[in-house]
Design a protein around this ligand. Sequence first.
Ligand SMILES: Nc1ncnc2c1ncn2[C@@H]1O[C@H](COP(=O)(O)OP(=O)(O)O)[C@@H](O)[C@H]1O
Ligand SMILES: O=P(O)(O)O[C@H]1O[C@H](CO)[C@@H](O[C@H]2O[C@H](CO)[C@@H](O)[C@H](O)[C@H]2O)[C@H](O)[C@H]1O
Length: 655
Amino acid sequence: MAAHTPFIPEILTEWLPAQRWFPVKGETVDLTVVGGTVLEDPAGDAGFEVHFLAVTSGKRTDVVSVPISYRSGPLDDAAAGLIGQVDHPELGARWAYDATHDADFVRLWVDFILSRRSTPDGRLAGVVVKAPAGQEPGTEQPVKVLQGEQSNTSVVYGSGPGSMIVKFFRVLAAGESPDVQISAELTAGGSTDTPDTFGWVTGTWQVPDGEPGQHVTGHVSVLRDFVEGSTDAWRTASAAASSAADFTAAARGLGRAVARIHQQLDGAFGSRTATEVEEKEFKDALAQRIRWAWEEAGDVVGPLDGEVERIIREIQAVEGIPPLQRIHADLHLGQVLQAPDGAWLIIDFEGEPLRPTAERSVPDVTVRDVVGMVRSLEYAAASRGAAPLGSPDAAATEQWSDAARGAFLEGYAEEIGAPVDTAGPLFRALWLDKALYEVVYEIRNRPDWVEMPARDVRRALGAQSGADATKAADMNTPKNTGPDKGAGQTNLVAKAAKTVAGTAKGRSGQGHQRRRGGRGQGPRGGLRPDRGAAGRGRHRRPHARPCRAVRPAAGVGGRVPPAPRGAGRPPRQRRRRHRPDAAPSRAVRRGRHRVRPYGAPARAQRHLGRRPRGGEPGPRPRLPARGDVRGRPDHRRRPVPVPADTRRDRHAPDR
Ligand SMILES: Nc1ncnc2c1ncn2[C@@H]1O[C@H](COP(=O)(O)OP(=O)(O)O)[C@@H](O)[C@H]1O
Ligand SMILES: O=P(O)(O)O[C@H]1O[C@H](CO)[C@@H](O[C@H]2O[C@H](CO)[C@@H](O)[C@H](O)[C@H]2O)[C@H](O)[C@H]1O
């Protein structure tokens, strides 16, 4: 590789931590080169390199992928991808770009996959699972880097029919990425419920801190059909909810699509009965997760501890959980595209994101995905705004929600050929788990949105404990929202809200006071989510982890909070605010000329400490109670979130 000054990884010490996908887990990060290779630019104009870097912070190490393109001058329309300027001993000044922003690199990359090439050193290899129709390698195509809070970098290649989307994974994992594995199997099986996967690139890198010569291989990138003109189902559903437009036909179709995906996954990977041990693990993990989330969210929801415990007892008493199979595991409206012809397409099969790759492929119960989508529809309904309890608007929200949820469940049941048992303990426990997780997620990411899931939890738990047994119906069965029943439901909600208000003060006296005083302010009323944000797609999804005491063991479908990955990481927004003040790393300041062949890893250390502005020791930003980075594969994830900045716009190209 070229001997630039500064060389990798010094050149990246400032740039990397500023990237959304960077899996920072602490204030000090060590960068070590663990692999990389050169791709020849056929035109001879640019230097293309792909670098794999181990990012170590504390006890945790991730491997990130950074393709770089070196140019002799600024590249048109690629300013957003500029890493910096470097000097080459023979060539002089070079402009270094994140190569995903370089159209020539992306074209080469797509050709690399479609021509099933591999580099002479064998470190990168292209694989084709299905050849795209009408794509001639080498054809010049426009590229657009999708913007937004994505955990990877996706680039649209081409325009109009035949265009493709190439995803560059940023945090790599050894072994098969569930996203690639599942989508490839679905494509091979002829699925029309997910975009076609054409091929991928595997990469090989040295195991960080492993024995010399110890290498692993994993997915680095995947190439798919780009569904031109598609919209994100969250946008579609929340827009329909806002205008009170009927969404039942769409929701029914969505239910059918999810059911077909489950059938296809069963066909591709099989299903089986859980062993006794697996069943116990499943129930324990679910119970522990609910308890943990309740610890985090209870203050905001209200004193419904008894109801939460009752649901936990019920799930523990279940004998015989449904068969286990591969599922999506992270399903919500933001993971669904609607094609221009109205078809729903499920995407992003990365699974439980904070878990290690191997655990993300663990089979689970399909009802988890059903619950994920049900919750998302309930969210979409709530996104129209929290109207005063008992108002016609509040009734309309419930009506839309119940109708959409009911239609979704009907569609799912029609396709599967059996009804979904929404009244059973499994559904109820998974629903509560998901809804509480969302409360925690919103506390940490979008505080203005907290009221949406919190209300739903109150409504559900309040209905369970309501004095009027005739109205305390199954919390997830669509309710008749006619004038009479609607009023009854409102009473229950009002009752729950009153209970919250009435007992909030008494908590400490009852020994129920939560740990985090700052969050115990109780529910906020009348909040309306920021429409602009809601319309802009998906949010960052970093999740925190539970305290050690309640962290359950990993197990089948446990969706247990993962091992620590950066607890205490400051909110990204705050980190960013401080980043501009950060001084260059020592290595960069010295401007050393460092050339390190692969195999003799270079190290650079980046201190991400917050530096006070103007030398003033400003107040330290409050850290999330238990923050973690989300940065998919192996990062971003679950189950608990960290603060985020803005919502994603996954469709907005930056060029
Ligand atoms: N096949 C596709 N066709 C059209 N848009 C897509 C396609 N795949 C992904 N997208 C868009 O790119 C965004 C990011 O894709 P996703 O696979 O979720 O990436 P990430 O793993 O980075 O979150 C999606 O939200 C969607 O807007
Ligand atoms: O980024 P991920 O896909 O991993 O998901 C995380 O972010 C989601 C926010 O986009 C969050 O979803 C919650 O909000 C959605 C609306 O924005 C709603 O449709 C979901 O039902 C609700 O859970 C998800 O929980 C979180 O893991």
